[in-house]
Design a protein around this ligand. Structure first.
Ligand SMILES: Nc1ncnc2c1ncn2[C@@H]1O[C@H](COP(=O)(O)OP(=O)(O)OP(=O)(O)O)[C@@H](O)[C@H]1O
Ligand SMILES: [Zn+2]
Ligand SMILES: [Zn+2]
Length: 804
């Protein structure tokens, strides 16, 4: 009986969630498995496309003529059954196409080209060894060059573990390489050369002596240069004279080479113990339960994570831990590595595709039983998960803002249910959604109300910048903040300063006509960058010269407004010339590892002040920091979004929490133009519960989440008219079907209505119960696939983190 494979195909212009049926050629019968990638021909032109096998039937209800699968790309499944059904869940819950869900779950290198190298194992049959490995130790699997019979045979060998596979990324540029130096002459030849070298050539002599040493072995070029001071030029001469050869060799990637000192579990404080016990009980009983671990800053949440993860590992299970973004990773990764050593795999956006892939394979092979990573690590191919942790669960970076628009929290909860394992959502400032669910009893709430050793929370004072501006010359520093900084520096303590913006100043404006320099591609003003002496767009990267004359009225009175990290750094140098300042923002952390280096330097007190954007607000644990200054608390308040108060409160509470974490008492100074705003007043007392109650009341009054669900529908097109027409048509379609209780906001242009030369319109549906809405939106999405002519794109974003 013929076998039929159900294949999800990758055709960008004609996406559908339905699999297509293909005949499995007889030679591959019983060899192709669910979760393998295949090549099939698609459509009238019989274009070759990639696809994923999601099902295999032994008979077909399909009447007509089926095409055969052309080739199989994998010798073993790359997605296991759990991850395949997770792909379906993602597609359904986020209005995405199954193929893009699958691609999101797979690591990038599996989308790229790579070579599969086959090696025989000890158990290989003699006939097979003779056939494939008689003349070579391994072979490259190339589905285009091998006969179907060979492919079938190799699949069988793989399934019976007679061969193993390793993957090498084909693009050589991606492989990590290093130049090594080898000796190319005999000792006596080198001696002869030494005699000929002219007197002053000290480096050449030094090199020859090194080479003549009986113990000389191949050495890496950077190591040689570093240890001897011999220059690159000398090595070049040496190569020309034939003393050495330089070769480029491949080295294994290891994203975290530095050994981390091992740590032992700390004796727990009473509240930590209660939390660990409650979570461990669920691990013991293999039960899914979601927990909210609500602990003030510095209350020791990390120790709770580590000890419950250890419990899962002890039981022979695996553990998954999510952290918001790379900025948080260095300290957290070190803590996890300190406890679990080589069992840890790290996945985050700072890794190259190759590094990510190496880690992915280690997880898949079961070599790493603990995974730490940012958002996409939630798809780590761990089996037998015993616990899932999500640190700083309120962070908006957990939501992906392109398709599939998933929230890692939902995926974590889904996997927790699948594996019957507890999921721990931790935060000092939980999202309103999560805290509300705990209120309803859906999550078990665990509270750590005190700092470790009952150290008090830092004292927060609020400075009204309106008064400051009236009384002083224009400065980013109030007299109170400046005085405190000086005091701390005198005591050899450290200071963290947060500014909510990068660049030098935020925009350039003409004092005569009010002209503001805008990006030609986006509806946003350009930002001045002093380091590159240019104006940059933070959305599309457009860059142009700094104007000295107003392009509009030719006036010379063009001035810089607002403030940025570079400008504050310059001011600090001016008023505190002896202070050592480290600046941390997108511009200083662009290079790989730069982030970790900066934090390490600050931790070792190589600087007195850490000045940064929001990226310094979370997770840092430096005992010597006793003052935190927030230069402009208002930027996040000014954003026209229902979550702006929540964001502001979270940010201020988080950054305040960096002060006074050890024995020394902490102090926080918040500068603002809105000192009476409730988000700022409540951040002053760092009282999350009070903020929660107040904000929930406001959300209730104005029908916002978490009282209502929300869906954002966006259209975009090359012309404004097309984008608008598209959204109004959708609005009409939807309104006809909505119940009276639901609310539609818009359609309106998006807050930033033009990005990269495309125009954006949106509409928001707020609803409590709309069982038919999902299907309706699916239909809208399918229809939008057909309107290729105008280039209209429609996207649907369930539970958007903001309405902008
Ligand atoms: N049981 C304990 N005994 C002694 N010290 C502890 C204990 N638990 C945690 N600590 C220490 O207390 C400090 C704060 O802990 P941790 O960084 O885990 O806090 P946190 O709750 O994650 O804070 P934040 O939300 O601000 O990141 C750390 O330096 C940690 O090593
Ligand atoms: Zn002008
Ligand atoms: Zn732009």
């Amino acid at each position: 009986m013929a076998q039929i494979a159900k294949v999800i195909v990758d055709v960008p212009t004609m996406q559908t969630n339905n699999p297509y049926s293909y005949l499995i050629p007889p030679a591959l019968a019983n060899q192709i498995q669910i979760g393998m990638r295949v090549v099939v021909s698609f459509g009238r032109g019989s274009r070759k496309v990639q696809g994923m096998v999601v099902g295999i039937d032994n008979e077909s209800s399909f009447e007509g003529q089926l095409k055969e699968i052309d080739a199989v790309m994998d010798l073993q499944p790359v997605l296991n059954p759990e991850l395949l059904s997770l792909a379906n869940y993602l597609a359904e819950s986020t209005f995405a196409f199954t193929i893009s869900a699958i691609q999101t779950i797979l690591p990038n290198s599996l989308k790229a080209k790579y070579e599969k190298v086959l090696t025989p194992t000890d158990t290989i049959e003699e006939a097979a060894r003779q056939k494939y490995f008689a003349t070579q130790p391994d072979m490259i699997f190339d589905e285009n060059k091998l006969s179907t019979e060979d492919v079938s045979e190799l699949l069988r060998l793989r399934r019976t573990n007679q061969i193993s596979i390793s993957y090498v990324v084909q693009d050589r540029a991606k492989a990590k390489t290093q130049v090594v130096i080898e000796r190319a002459m005999t000792t006596s030849q080198l001696e002869a050369s030494l005699a000929e070298v002219r007197k002053g050539a000290v480096q050449q002599k030094k090199l020859l002596q090194l080479l003549m040493d009986a113990n000389f072995q191949t050495i890496s070029q950077p190591a040689l240069i570093e240890s001897t001071g011999i220059s690159n030029a000398t090595l070049k001469t040496a190569e020309e004279k034939g003393w050495i050869v330089r070769r480029r060799i491949e080295v294994r990637r290891d994203p975290f080479k530095r050994e981390v000192a091992a740590t032992r579990p700390l004796p727990l404080q009473a509240e930590q113990q209660t939390a660990v016990t409650a979570i461990s009980e669920q691990i013991e009983q293999d039960r899914y339960q979601a927990f909210l671990l609500e602990g003030v800053t510095g209350s020791g949440k990390t120790e709770v994570y580590l000890q419950t993860m250890a419990k899962a590992i002890e039981k022979g299970k695996t553990a998954l831990m999510l952290v918001p973004e790379i900025s948080l990773t260095p300290q957290m990764v070190n803590r996890v590595k300190g406890r679990f050593g080589h069992e840890v795999a790290v996945l985050h956006s700072g890794l190259s595709d190759g590094e990510k892939y190496d880690e992915w394979r280690r997880i898949e092979r079961g070599e790493a039983r603990v995974v730490v990573g940012a958002r996409s690590a939630v798809f780590a191919p761990l089996e037998n998960i015993g616990i899932i942790i999500m640190d700083e669960e309120h962070e908006s970076s957990y939501k992906q803002d392109e398709s599939p628009r998933y929230h890692a929290r939902d995926v974590a909860l889904w996997r927790g249910r699948y594996h019957q394992a507890p999921v721990v959502l931790g935060s000092a400032t939980p999202s309103l959604e999560t805290r509300a669910r705990a209120e309803k009893g859906l999550y078990t709430r665990l509270v750590l109300p005190h700092r470790i050793n009952h150290q008090s929370l830092p004292e927060v004072s609020v400075v009204d910048m309106k008064d400051e501006i009236r009384n002083h010359k224009e400065s980013n520093f109030s007299s109170q903040l400046l005085a405190s900084i000086k005091e701390k520096l005198q005591r050899k303590e450290q200071v963290v300063l947060m500014l909510n913006r990068r660049g030098y100043s935020s925009f350039v404006m003409c004092r005569d006509c009010g002209f503001v320099l805008m990006c030609p591609n986006c509806d946003i003003s350009l930002t001045l960058h002093m380091d590159s002496h240019s104006m940059k767009c933070h959305y599309c990267g457009h860059e142009e010269a700094i104007p000295t004359i107003c392009p509009n009225c030719q006036s010379r009175k063009i001035r810089y407004y607002g403030t940025g990290t570079q400008k504050v750094e310059a001011e600090l140098k001016d008023i505190l010339p002896e202070a050592r300042v480290l600046r941390m923002d997108v511009d200083t952390t662009r290079r790989k590892g730069a982030h970790e280096k900066l934090l390490q330097a600050f931790g070792q007190h190589e600087a007195d002040i850490l000045l940064g954007t929001q990226m310094i607000a979370k997770g840092l644990d430096f005992p010597n920091v006793t003052l935190v200054g927030v230069l402009n608390a208002d930027t996040s308040l000014g954003i026209p979004d229902f979550r702006s108060s929540e964001r502001t409160f979270q940010l201020l509470t988080q950054v305040s929490g960096r002060a006074g974490r050890a024995e020394k008492k902490g102090q926080v100074i918040i500068q603002t133009f809105n000192p009476e705003h409730y988000a700022i007043q409540l951040a002053k007392t760092q009282n999350y519960e009070q903020f929660f109650a107040y904000e929930m009341k406001l959300r209730h009054e104005s029908n916002y989440p978490p009282y209502y669900y929300a869906i954002q529908i966006t259209t975009s097109a090359a012309t404004e008219a097309d984008a608008a027409k598209g959204i109004f048509k959708i609005a009409k379609q939807i309104r006809e079907h909505l119940s009276a209780q639901s609310i539609v906001l818009g359609p309106t242009p998006q807050t930033i209505s033009k990005i990269k030369k495309r125009y954006y319109y949106q509409l928001i549906v707020k609803y409590k119960k709309e069982p038919a809405l999902g299907n309706l939106l699916e239909k809208v999405l399918q229809e939008s696939q057909k309107t290729g002519r105008t280039g209209l794109q429609v996207s649907i974003n369930p539970n958007p983190v903001s309405f902008m």
